[in-house]
Write a protein that binds this ligand. Structure first.
Ligand code: SF4
Length: 366
């Protein structure tokens, strides 16, 4: 899928590893999964990639001038395998949420493809896209705002069934709701209660049950514990880990909380101004960050026993998105804040390139 004047070189993949996901679904069928998908499973080849670009067109300033564009995603490549947790981290405005919306097929990319189970979501006819949506579900950040306070929990949890599977049979709906609630440690009778009767942690369990009811392979979790008390964050994180093990789920975790990322994700992608600037196994990235931005993010995490004066901070504010000059980008986007910036950093944008092992970084000096 290529749109407008976006260079083909950046038209690569944001891919959920389709065969790997099928593998995970099949594995889960043998376990205690909510549902099943009846397809043959073959060995997985390493996925190829097609980056996602997302542009927003701004109003013209002059009648005949071209409309300026803001680029929220610059050729983002990401693959989530079966039973794998991948985290996307970065400051506010880095493009994490835009990326999540494209994965959920809520926003079409301007270039590149979003693939789920081998299908390009945005090339599907509407009926097939609706059928595919049940394979990827979302857990939102705020369990207070995301649950309709006027509806009973049973209605809330069953809502995706109505929208995506058109399940009309009352008995089946009741069973599926009870099953979903049971999988997150709630009782079937809780379906008759209202959200205000639950604590914050229980509400997030309800939100997770709602995401599970369509028996998805991939859960996009947007800051899933940031609105919860610290005392219940661990419970919800443990629940997510337990569900992953039991159901073979894959997670795409959107977070700015590096402690949560370290706990949950095997792979991490660090985003800055719509680009992935570093990615790799979480343990390796946290132990030895390659990109100056990743180093600064990790240095900024307060730790007990570390002297305050030794904590580095990132200079300056996160700049807002600027309209692209002639549709092109110039220089490293982190250069204005980078303590290591050299002259050519301002002239030439570094590409995300392979480094040691499974790692990638976008820095001339990494
Ligand atoms: S390319 Fe240059 S400015 Fe950009 S992060 Fe690396 S050292 Fe810093």
């Amino acid at each position: 899928m290529a749109v407008g004047s976006v260079p083909e070189a950046v038209a690569k993949l944001l891919e959920v590893t389709e065969q790997a996901l099928w593998n995970g679904i099949a594995q889960a069928r043998n376990g205690n999964r909510l549902g099943d998908v009846g397809h043959a499973v073959e060995e997985t080849a390493r996925p190829h990639r097609y980056g996602v670009v997302r542009d927003y067109v701004l109003p013209r300033r002059r009648l005949l001038a071209p409309a300026p564009r803001l680029r929220a995603l610059h050729g983002v490549d990401l693959a989530v395998g079966a039973g794998q947790s991948v985290a996307v981290v970065g400051e506010s405005g880095c493009g994490k949420s835009t990326l999540a919306r494209t994965v959920l097929a809520l926003e079409a990319p301007s270039a590149g493809t979003v693939r789920l189970l081998g299908r390009d979501l945005f090339a599907l006819p509407p009926a097939e896209l609706r059928a595919m949506r049940r394979h990827v579900q979302m857990v939102f950040q705020d369990p207070y705002g995301s649950l309709d306070p006027r509806r009973k929990v049973g209605w809330i949890v069953a809502e995706p069934l109505d929208a995506l599977e058109r399940v009309r049979d009352r008995g089946e709906r009741r069973e599926r709701v009870a099953e979903a609630l049971g999988s997150v440690g709630l009782k079937a009778g809780d379906a008759e209660k209202f959200p205000h009767e639950f604590s914050g942690g229980q509400r997030q369990r309800i939100a997770i049950a709602r995401a599970l009811i369509t028996r998805p392979g991939l859960i996009v979790a947007d800051e899933p514990v940031s609105a919860l008390d610290v005392s219940v964050q661990a419970q919800v994180l443990n629940l997510l880990a337990d569900l992953q093990e039991r159901l073979g789920l894959s997670y795409l975790l959107i977070s700015h909380d590096l402690a949560v990322v370290r706990h949950v994700a095997e792979e991490v992608a660090v985003m800055y101004l719509g680009r992935i600037v570093e990615q790799g196994p979480t343990s390796a990235v946290f132990a030895d960050p390659l990109h100056p931005y990743t180093k600064a993010l990790l240095e900024a995490v307060p730790r007990v026993g570390r002297a305050r004066r030794r904590r580095a901070t990132i200079a300056g504010e996160t700049p807002g998105l600027e309209p692209l000059a002639n549709g092109q980008e110039t220089g490293c986007p982190f250069a204005p804040r980078c303590p290591l910036a050299e002259a050519h950093c301002h002239a030439e944008a570094p590409a995300l390139a392979p480094r040691d092992g499974d790692r990638e970084a976008a820095c001339h000096l990494a």
